[in-house]
Write a protein that binds this ligand. Structure first.
Ligand SMILES: Nc1ncnc2c1ncn2[C@@H]1O[C@H](COP(=O)(O)OP(=O)(O)OP(=O)(O)O)[C@@H](O)[C@H]1O
Ligand SMILES: [Mg+2]
Length: 674
């Protein structure tokens, strides 16, 4: 039996607990910093390094593009918050963070993630917060703060300040100079911040008490490791617009503490102020403004004023420095609504906009849905192959612009973007295509809509969902889709289903064809039969009919039907047959037997012949499904099991797809695979 207590205890790592709870004197801290200067990085530098910490890889085939592994979400086993396919926009964001780490200016702006609804803006922000939390726990990302030991109490720095801020400006610069010599980084360490009002208060008071003996003052300082935590509101803040009446600037910059005012007798004493606004608590880390443009306009001015230059102004106090990454996000419709507002002028000037579009590459989009809707996660329901793929394909199609080139269809464009090569199209052409449609990905259907409709389909009665069910859900949902108001657009989106269905037909036809042809035993049998006949033919003998036991003439029709598949003209058939027999004879001399797999031409011919024979039996089942003879039934079972083994179907979906393909063939469609 598992001992739960031991199990729980075993999971708690005592060493890292001690690490995370490190405490020491100011002197101890200076030693730590001397050892590892990176401890005193500012918030932007730390965020930038955190993302790099998880590694970088070159995107294959794209010299100018790297992938930051951090965005694969290393924190959850299912990669719940992984971002797929946005390497370019994320690269742009990283460039901004890099410039901010250098101190070139972006550190004083609001970083605005901007894009259509559901383009993963919130996910990116959430992931970065999680990343910071994790990094702060590691030795590589360790950071520290301090508390004041005064009046018999231990009073933490309310804004989790960097202990080096306790060093006056001139010596601080000298220390940083030393640290920069040792630091291996692209940027320089700088701490151009002042202490917050509370720390200033204690600092000044103690300096007076000790008559300017700074060393004595430092004896009142207890340095400790700082571990970021969104849940505990440590270094990570979130601000969300709510009902205007209930929201004022104190939520951002803190508020008076009336009980303490009564005790202290003054409302301008920093000890009577709670520095617990979102800006305060997010110091050293990151603050996220959800739907930043939904903030009340007057309030937005407040935010911009406050965040400019990275200083905030709490009531009754001077401007206070903040060292944190300010990130906001807004969706495209919201942004457009405010386009002509004069406020936007101010807003644009103080923000750096990073466009976060939808995916326009199918395989990236597929990954979004496969993460949640796969046969491991969805228990008790089978998801037929291509279900997610077809939904994703439709989503991507709604985001693409019709190509201007006359010889290119929308679906072909999608395939080009998806990495397929088409004759006559080079890598440069694809680049041109992207350039002629710069807004691609900023409009269309959102992943969230697709996710919702797939889950709708999943709660239905059927034990298995297939692409048709999902497409039906998607199509039905369109009529009351609140974000697509134009009927014309809805019509266009509906028409795109036709493209997807056609593509699906091609895919499943091909799979069924391959499943039938992959029936090795049947091919082997067919091959044996063919060779027997060829042998008899070349030796001018008869063949024994296995059923009747009677000797018969070689089956010319059978031989020709196979040879035709290998493009052997009637005039060449004798040569071909002789060649094969010679070959088999030569093998036999060495004691080897003939294997059709070694002859590619014959093998393909046999596969095609077999497919043609069996295709008819499949058609038969769909047309007269009640009277299926045993032999046909067996053939069907074989094909079904191939579909299950090779393509991921289950019993139900394999039957469905066979019937479906049979019905396509029944319609007289003889189109072969491309
Ligand atoms: N490129 C992508 N990679 C991975 N998941 C994505 C991607 N784009 C969207 N998603 C998924 O779509 C859903 C919506 O994402 P999220 O909530 O982050 O979007 P948003 O941009 O914040 O939307 P809104 O503008 O409505 O606030 C999430 O489940 C997210 O994982
Ligand atoms: Mg969001």
């Amino acid at each position: 039996m598992t001992d739960f207590f031991e199990l729980a205890r075993g999971e708690i790592d005592v060493d890292s607990f001690r690490e995370e709870n490190w405490e020491g004197s100011f002197k101890d801290y200076l030693e730590l910093v001397r050892e590892n200067p990176a401890i005193v990085r500012n918030a932007h530098q730390r965020l930038y390094d955190m993302i790099l910490f998880h590694g970088v890889e070159q995107v294959p085939g794209k010299d100018d593009l790297v992938h930051y592994k951090f965005f694969d979400d290393p924190f959850s086993p299912d990669h719940e918050d992984a971002i797929y396919g946005l390497d370019r926009p994320l690269g742009r964001m990283m460039n901004i963070l890099k410039a901010a780490a250098h101190g070139f200016g972006p550190e004083k702006r609001v970083l605005l993630l901007h894009g259509p609804v559901g383009s993963s803006k919130s996910t990116i922000a959430r992931l970065m917060k999680e990343g910071l939390e994790d990094y702060s726990r590691r030795p590589e990302g360790a950071l520290y703060t301090f508390s004041w030991k005064v009046d018999g109490e231990l009073l933490p720095s309310p804004m989790n300040e960097e202990p080096l801020l306790l060093v006056p400006e001139k010596p601080r610069r000298a220390i940083l100079e030393e640290l920069n010599k040792k630091l291996k980084a692209i940027y320089r360490l700088e701490l151009p911040f002042d202490l917050c009002p509370v720390s200033r208060y204690y600092y000044n008071r103690l300096m007076r008490e000790y008559d300017g003996d700074w060393a004595k003052v430092m004896e009142h300082v207890v340095v400790r490791r700082l571990v970021m935590s969104e849940k505990d509101r440590v270094c990570l803040g979130t601000f969300q617009p709510k009902d205007e009446k209930n929201q004022d600037s104190t939520e951002l910059t803190g508020d008076l503490n009336y009980r303490r005012i009564a005790e202290i007798g003054s409302d301008s004493d920093p000890r009577a102020f709670n520095f617990d606004g979102e800006f305060n608590i997010a110091n050293r880390g990151m603050i996220e403004f959800i739907e930043v443009l939904k903030l009340d306009v007057a309030f937005l001015y407040d935010l911009l004023g406050a965040s400019q230059e990275h200083k905030v102004k709490p009531k009754k106090f001077a401007q206070t420095d903040i060292d944190e990454v300010i990130i906001g996000h807004t969706n495209e419709p919201e942004y457009r609504k405010l386009q002509n507002n004069e406020l936007m002028e101010a807003f644009r000037d103080r923000t750096l906009r990073i466009d976060i579009p939808y995916n326009t590459r199918l395989r990236d989009e597929i990954r979004i849905y496969e993460r949640d809707f796969n046969n491991r996660k969805v228990q008790g329901k089978h998801i037929a192959p291509h279900t997610v793929e077809m939904a994703a394909m439709w989503a991507v199609l709604t985001r693409l612009e019709e190509p201007k080139k006359a010889n290119l269809t929308l679906l072909q464009k999608l395939k080009l973007y998806n990495g397929k090569s088409l004759p006559g199209f080079t890598e440069d052409n694809i680049k041109e295509l992207r350039e002629e449609s710069p807004r691609e990905g900023m409009e269309g259907i959102s992943p969230r809509y697709i996710q919702d409709k797939i889950s709708n389909a999943l709660v239905g009665e059927s034990p298995c969902i297939n692409p048709f069910m999902v497409m039906n859900e998607l199509e039905e949902g369109l009529s009351h889709h609140s974000l697509i108001s134009s009927e014309e657009l809805k019509k266009r989106f509906r028409e795109l289903f036709t493209l997807v269905r056609e593509e699906y037909d091609d895919i499943v036809k091909n799979e069924v064809q391959r499943a039938i042809a992959a029936d090795e035993e049947a091919i082997s049998r067919l091959c044996g039969n063919y060779i027997d006949n060829v042998k008899a033919y070349t030796q001018k003998q008869k063949v024994k009919n296995p059923f009747t036991g009677k000797d018969e003439e070689p089956d010319e029709r059978l031989m020709r039907s196979i040879e035709e598949k290998a493009d052997i003209p009637d005039a060449r058939k004798d040569d071909f047959r002789t060649e094969i027999m010679n070959y088999i004879g030569a093998l036999a001399v060495d004691g080897n037997t003939f294997d059709y797999r070694t002859n590619e031409r014959l093998r393909r011919a046999l596969e095609l012949k077999l497919f043609e024979d069996q295709k008819d039996s499949i058609k038969l089942t769909s047309l007269v499904s009640t009277v299926v003879d045993k032999d046909t039934q067996e053939k069907i079972e074989v094909v079904k099991s191939r579909l299950m083994r090779d393509f991921g179907y289950d019993e139900v979906s394999a039957t469905d797809v066979l019937n479906y393909v049979a019905s396509i063939f029944a319609r007289g469609d003889t189109k072969k695979e491309e």
